[in-house]
Structures are given as structure tokens and as C-alpha cells.
Design a protein around this ligand. Structure first.
Ligand code: PKZ
Length: 175
């Protein structure tokens, strides 16, 4: 693998992606609010865009931290997502996604969820490959960047626990 220092660092803001959609009846559950699985799909989609913009190569989702649904997003509202690469290690990137709902008639907005995901950059052979570091500029970017190593450590511990847990189970259906 090449040395990381060979890739010039990139501005954090250059990885920013935004996405807005109306919540239509086909997107909702029986409560007439946005289906949770649909929101999770939007989150993975926009985070992959940020990761790919930053790495400029193929990427995969390695993990998603918890997604707490703070407020329901009602039919007719817009669901809005913003994502940005906050921190990188060697081949992995942490991506932050902020989700808010907007009532377009009233102009009111409310944060509905936030999430951190980890993506890994892959080379043409599908092997993890190094990524550039990010350069934070604003107060919010610095906060996200400076707090990332602690989250990464938690994730590494969780990964070990998941691997240990997976060894306990086979792939045979439970009888
Ligand atoms: C017309 C033009 C077309 C252009 C076209 C553009 C491209 C178009 C892009 C489309 C973009 C779609 C994006 C879809 C997003 C999915 O849907 S991806 C599908 C779901 N994800 C998967 O299937 C991933 C399955 N897992 C894997 O493949 C492997 O476990 C991984 C994640 C690549 C890691 O590989 P590994 O061999 O275990 O490597 P390892 O060296 O242990 O770890 C590599 C790095 O990953 C980190 N890592 C591994 N596991 C974890 C974890 N659970 N949590 C946190 N970090 C982890 C490690 O810490 C390490 O980080 P660094 O220290 O290097 O920074």
C-alpha cells in the first residue's frame, strides 16, 4: 500500500453532499410518517456520495453507528440530508449525516436524526486503499473532526465484539 502522506489532504467541505425529497405516501408506514428503512437507505446513499467524493475511488460501507429517530417525518414534509467526511484513518473515512424535516408551507425545520458511518476506499482489485486526510475549517467541522478518534476507538472495540459474537453462530437455520 502507498504511504498516506503521498495523497494531498482535501478540504472537508469538498466532500459535502445534500439531498432533499418530499415524503410521499409510498415512502410512509402505517403512521403516515417516513418509513425508518427508507431513511436508513437515504443515509447510506448520501454518505456513500460523500465518501466517494473524498476518496475518488470505489467505497463500501464498513459500519453504521446507531441511528436515533428523534422526530417522525410526516407525509408532505421534506426530508433533508447533509453529509460530510469528518475524519480519515488509513483506508477508512468517518462520514457524518444530519437529517432534518421541513414543513415548506411554514418554513419550520426540525432535526430528526444524526448518524456516523464508516466507509472504506477500495482499489480496482477491491482491496482497501489509502485515502487523503481532511482539513476542517469551520467550528462545526473542527468539532466533528477533533472528536472522531474517540468514536473510531469505540468502533474498533465494537468490531472485535461483533467478530467474536459471529463466531458463536453457524449459518444453519435454527431448529
Ligand atoms: C459512470 C462512473 C461510475 C463511477 C462509479 C463510482 C463509484 C460508485 C460508488 C458506489 C458506492 C456505492 C456504495 C454502496 C455502499 C454499500 O452498499 S457497500 C455494501 C455493504 N458493505 C459491505 O458489503 C462491506 C463488507 N465488508 C468488507 O468488504 C470488508 O470487511 C471491508 C469493510 C472492506 C474491510 O476489509 P478488511 O479486509 O477487513 O480490511 P481491514 O484492513 O481489516 O480494514 C480496513 C479498514 O476498514 C476499517 N474497518 C473495517 N471494518 C470496520 C468496521 N466494522 N467499522 C469501522 N471500521 C472498520 C479498519 O479499521 C481499517 O481502517 P484503516 O485503519 O485502514 O483506516
Amino acid at each position: 500500500m502507498e504511504e498516506k502522506k503521498k495523497l494531498p489532504a482535501k478540504l472537508m467541505r469538498d466532500s459535502r453532499a445534500v439531498k432533499s425529497s418530499f415524503v410521499l405516501p409510498s415512502d410512509t408506514n402505517t403512521h403516515r410518517t417516513l418509513f425508518g428503512g427508507k431513511l436508513m437507505s437515504y443515509i447510506d446513499d448520501i454518505a456513500a456520495i460523500s465518501a466517494t467524493k473524498h476518496a475518488r475511488t470505489y467505497t463500501v460501507t464498513a459500519s453504521t453507528d446507531s441511528v436515533d429517530f428523534l422526530h417522525p417525518i410526516k407525509e408532505g414534509y421534506t426530508v433533508n440530508l447533509e453529509s460530510i467526511v469528518t475524519w480519515t484513518h488509513k483506508t477508512s473515512m468517518e462520514v457524518f449525516v444530519k437529517i432534518f424535516a421541513e414543513n415548506l408551507l411554514e418554513g419550520t425545520k426540525v432535526i430528526c436524526a444524526t448518524s456516523f458511518l464508516t466507509f472504506v476506499a477500495l482499489d480496482k482489485e477491491g482491496k482497501p486503499t489509502i485515502v487523503p486526510e481532511v482539513i476542517p475549517e469551520t467550528r462545526e467541522e473542527l468539532f466533528l473532526h477533533n472528536t472522531a478518534p474517540t468514536r473510531a476507538e469505540t468502533r474498533q472495540n465494537r468490531r472485535k465484539e461483533s467478530e467474536r459474537f459471529a463466531k458463536e453462530f453457524g449459518v444453519v437455520k435454527p431448529s
